[in-house]
Design a protein around this ligand. Structure first.
Ligand code: NAD
Length: 423
């Protein structure tokens, strides 16, 4: 029997150990455990970019397909200095469970480029994105691998990638990427989908716990795509958002942050940041959003922010993970012994991939849904998935993370057995 995998990369090791733990608890066969603890395909590419000063930088790009058992691999493309093969593999595995749990016909994938996009010009980013797309093009396809935006990428990057792939193939390929702008084969509702889904999970938790949103306070870490729409949806539902944050710092107001003003601040900032918000947002700057007094914490920025060093500072009683992997296993142990409940990322932030599936399905049909249609379907699915995991966790007396993992792995395992192990 082959030895089980371990990794020195914290995110990958967390993903592997969580998988092994859930697989053992549900009695999954050792051969399936072995297959599903490895990725089907991992691609590394070099991306030369001519910088504005005439020099050439070569960046490392990655695309990982963890599993295509349930369908084409699906997962975002992120631009960040922390991107490497291990991180992509961990996130691709997470996507397999996320898609499975969400009940959509996708496997799990992830990609990205190790770079600092905040220091790059638009022209440099365009060249970076187009060359990346060209180099991973052989493994992309509407029935094989369908990327989407992630940290520091958005509609513009998706259009550059789509345009590059379409030109290489001599035909338009709208369904090969999701997260496109509405004006170019995107879908109404997709931009807000992840945040709307995160907030929906939080609101469902309040509902089953008999908490009135009007009496609930929340802190939202990160004010990018996920954090901003999480905050907006919660705010619209009556929750008082007492703190928000981004790379420029944390902003606090006991009486509640004016979320619409925060949206304006980001819109008007050249790098889409909250910088200076304390001076016109009627709030104060605090050192650490994790220690803000609130009932619910929504970490929507990046992985590993709630760790052994920071977990003790968390004041919230409920954490809803908008980001992927924001809580390390050591932190989760500390928080659990403090009685803090955590809604795991692959349940809470699955609105993004469910929304991507809606966009893909529309592209395949050449159809366009209204925003209302899109949002209603999204919220309906998110509520159902929350309820399923909640009931399972209650009946088995296990954490929401373990219940979600077991439900997700079960579907993938069943299909692997039906299709044959060596997918
Ligand atoms: P984004 O780049 O749009 O926003 C990230 C935000 O986090 C920015 O406001 C940034 O300033 C802030 N940030 C970064 N580091 C921080 C730190 N240490 N402290 C406080 N703020 C910090 O990215 P996004 O698309 O919103 O993604 C955020 C997270 O959600 C990532 O983990 C991503 O993988 C995950 N996610 C995104 C989607 C999606 O549809 N965009 C879907 C599922 C999961």
């Amino acid at each position: 029997m082959q030895e089980r995998r371990k990794s020195s990369n914290v995110l990958l090791n967390t993903a592997l150990q969580e998988f092994y733990g859930a697989a053992d608890e549900m009695g999954l066969s050792e051969r399936l455990i072995n297959v599903l603890s490895h990725s089907e395909r991992m691609m590394k590419v070099s991306i030369p970019v001519e910088m504005d000063d005439g020099s050439v930088n070569v960046y490392d790009g990655y695309r990982v397909q963890h599993s295509t058992a349930l369908g084409p691999s699906k997962g975002g493309v992120r631009y960040d200095l922390g991107v490497d093969m291990d991180e992509c593999e961990a996130l691709a595995m997470l996507m397999t469970w996320k898609c499975s749990l969400a009940g959509i016909p996708y496997g799990g994938g992830k990609g990205g480029i190790c770079c600092d996009p905040l220091t790059m010009s638009r022209r440099e980013k365009e060249q970076l994105t187009r060359t990346y797309a060209a180099r991973i093009e052989p493994i992309l396809g509407r029935w094989s691998d369908v990327p989407a935006p992630d940290m520091n990428t958005g509609g513009q990057e998706m259009v550059w990638m789509l345009d590059t792939v379409s030109k290489m193939r001599g035909r338009l390929e709208p369904a090969v990427l999701t997260g496109k702008p509405v004006s170019f084969w995107g879908s109404h509702g997709r931009n807000e989908a992840t945040g709307r889904g995160v907030a929906t999970c939080g609101l469902e938790l309040m509902r089953v716990l008999d908490m009135n949103p009007d009496n609930v306070t929340a802190a939202v870490q990160g004010f990018g795509n996920v954090g901003s729409y999480t905050a907006k949806t919660l705010n619209d539902a009556g929750v008082r958002i007492v703190a928000i944050s981004d790379v420029t710092g944390s902003y606090y107001s006991a009486g509640g942050i004016d979320i619409h003003r925060a949206f304006d601040a980001v819109k008007n900032h050249p790098k889409k940041l909250l910088e200076g918000f304390e001076s016109f947002g009627n709030c104060e700057k605090i050192d650490d959003i994790l220690s803000a007094e609130c009932d619910f914490l929504f970490p929507c920025a990046r992985d590993g922010v709630i760790n052994a060093q920071t977990a003790g500072r968390v004041k919230a009683r409920y954490i809803v993970e908008g980001a992927n992997g924001p809580t390390t296993p050591e932190a989760e142990e500390i928080l659990q012994s403090d009685g803090v409940m955590i809604l795991p990322d692959f349940l809470a932030n699955s609105g993004g991939v469910i929304g991507s599936y809606f966009e893909w399905a529309q592209n395949l049909q050449g159809a366009f849904w209204t925003e209302e249609e899109y949002n209603n379907r999204l919220v309906h699915i998110m509520k159902g998935n929350f309820r399923r995991v909640w009931d399972w966790a209650e009946s088995k007396r296990i954490t929401m993370r373990r219940a979600a993992a077991m439900a997700a792995i079960q579907r993938v395992a069943e299909v692997c057995e039906m299709r044959g192990t060596f997918l």
